[in-house]
Design a protein around this ligand. Structure first.
Ligand code: GLN
Length: 495
């Protein structure tokens, strides 16, 4: 059988590609080659900061051999992109910061190892905000990613969101069948919303953090960005699982998340938190939210208004807790063990010069804030207070679960904005995370599904928040929303 045209191979969903591989419609080498060509043609997007085509083709050939031998795994032969925050053995890992220089890990992160165990193929490493700190990909030492989407009739370059902007852009532009991402305050969900893709941050502890460059350890979670809800479920099933190397990893069985997609959601109670109706939210986002509510009603859900009264303190609490943990985690970059080492007259100067040269401005800002809020005299006033707020926020959710089974909110307060538009105003940038940071603080699963376009033709996402460990319900609701929204539009190709 002759291979289908390569563009049709890259436009497949992950599920479609796995079915095609199983049916022997094409080989993993053909599928991988098509993606390699797509990546080369898409360099203007700057989504991949390291392409690994030889490794990809080797992995694909090995996959084809496994399939021929009848030993193919759940993701066998599927080419994926990896956020450059995941350590990959023998393959440069930078967190998009100069301080890591040309760091080549001698170990593989557990999440990526799980994907390779199931037969997936690595296409390369994806761009991100430096150390995953940012909402626009502009803090990357490799320069920003450009969103494949553009407003109607406009050639203005837009952000794909952040920090997983490379992951989201690569999936949206059909450069890979799915990608790994991480979410500390919204970095999976906001880029998914900005690029018309699906992204889920699972319950804290579902995915091992081992081998993921640490930002804020009590908030960081890995998860997938994918083309469809079903694809996200397939990827999350592979990525999840207990890992003795991460003491916060949950030792519980991993459900087959895909089995929840397509399940009836009749009778579920969906909470709509009134505090998420923030001032200055564009009417189009209000409208999208109302559409989502109407779709869920039609699907047989009961809609209940709920209150999450501490929501307004979530952003300030997040921007204390996350920098505090970051300042501690990033202390390890001292120029001695990995990456960059700058010259200096003595050891202290080497430390100072290395850190001054190696870290970008946003990372320095976080280290300064974090060190400040942890210092004697300020610890109680800021850090301890933020921890108390964090508890109140978790309790708000606990109360909400007495009234409902899941929550529906917008993912982000706007559609993708222009590159450069918010980059000189950290507060404006931080405001982007207003709907997403709450679930990191509470450790809850939350997912973004593309649900519509704004008047400029840019994608908008809806967020579903679930009870801890109840990703299943989140996937069922996401599947129903995906079906009702009928979101099929792709970014018009300009690259
Ligand atoms: N935008 C948020 C921040 O800058 C979240 C980043 C993330 O989730 N990694 O901290």
């Amino acid at each position: 059988m002759s291979a289908p045209h390569s563009t049709s191979l890259t436009s497949l969903t992950l599920k479609g590609a796995l079915d095609g591989l199983a049916a022997r419609d094409f080989t993993s080498v053909e599928l991988t080659q098509a993606h390699i060509e797509a990546i080369e043609a898409a360099r203007p997007l700057n989504a991949f900061i390291l392409e690994t085509p030889d490794k990809a083709l080797d992995m694909a050939a090995a996959s084809d051999a496994r399939r021929a031998a009848g030993t193919a795994g759940a993701l066998d032969g599927a080419p994926l992109g990896i956020k450059d925050l995941f350590c990959t053995e023998g393959v440069r890992t930078t967190a998009c910061s100069n301080i890591l220089g040309n760091f080549i890990p001698q170990y593989e992160s557990t999440v990526t190892a799980n994907l390779w165990r199931d037969g997936a193929v690595m296409l390369g490493k994806l761009n991100l905000d430096q150390f995953a700190m940012g909402s626009s990909n502009e803090t990357s030492a490799f320069g920003p990613v450009t969103n494949p989407w553009r407003g109607a009739g406009s050639d203005k370059a837009l952000t794909p969101g952040g920090s997983s902007g490379g992951s989201a852009a690569a999936v949206a532009a059909d450069l890979c069948l799915g990608a790994t991402a991480t979410d500390t305050g919204g970095s999976i969900r906001q880029p998914a919303a900005f690029t018309g893709t699906v992204g889920i941050k699972p319950t804290y502890g579902r995915c091992s953090r081992w081998g993921v460059v640490a930002f804020a350890s009590s908030l960081d979670q890995a998860g997938p960005i994918a083309k469809t809800v079903e694809d996200a479920a397939i990827l999350l099933t592979a990525m999840s699982g207990h890992d003795p190397k991460d003491s916060t990893s949950l030792d519980i069985p991993v459900p087959d998340f895909a089995s929840f997609v397509g399940k009836s959601i009749k009778g579920l109670r969906i909470g709509v938190p009134k505090e998420y109706r923030v001032d200055g939210m564009p009417a189009e986002i209000e409208k999208l939210w109302a559409d989502g509510i109407a779709w869920l009603k039609e699907a047989g859900c009961e809609i209940v208004e709920v209150s999450l009264p501490h929501t307004k303190y979530a952003l300030p609490a997040y921007y204390i807790v996350a920098p505090a943990e970051a300042s501690s985690n990033l202390a390890r970059y001292d120029g001695m063990r990995y990456g960059l080492r700058a010259d200096g007259a003595n050891l202290t100067e080497v430390y100072e010069n290395t850190r001054a040269e190696g870290f970008g401005d946003e990372v320095k800002r976080r280290i300064l804030i974090g060190t400040y809020v942890l210092s004697a005299g300020y610890y109680d006033a800021y850090y301890l207070k933020a921890l108390k707020v964090r508890r109140r926020i978790a309790e708000d959710f606990d109360k909400a679960w007495e009234q409902c089974d899941a929550l529906l909110t917008p993912t982000a307060p706007s559609a993708a904005f222009g590159l450069g538009e918010n980059s000189n105003d950290p507060i404006a940038m931080y405001l982007n995370d207003v709907f997403t940071v709450t679930t990191n603080l509470a450790g809850l699963p939350s997912m973004s599904v593309p649900a519509g376009l704004d008047s400029q033709g840019l994608p908008l996402g809806l967020q579903i928040i679930g009870r801890a460990l109840d990703e299943g319900t989140v996937f069922s609701i996401a599947g129903a929303l995906e079906k009702s929204a009928g979101f099929k539009t792709k970014a018009a190709k300009w690259w």
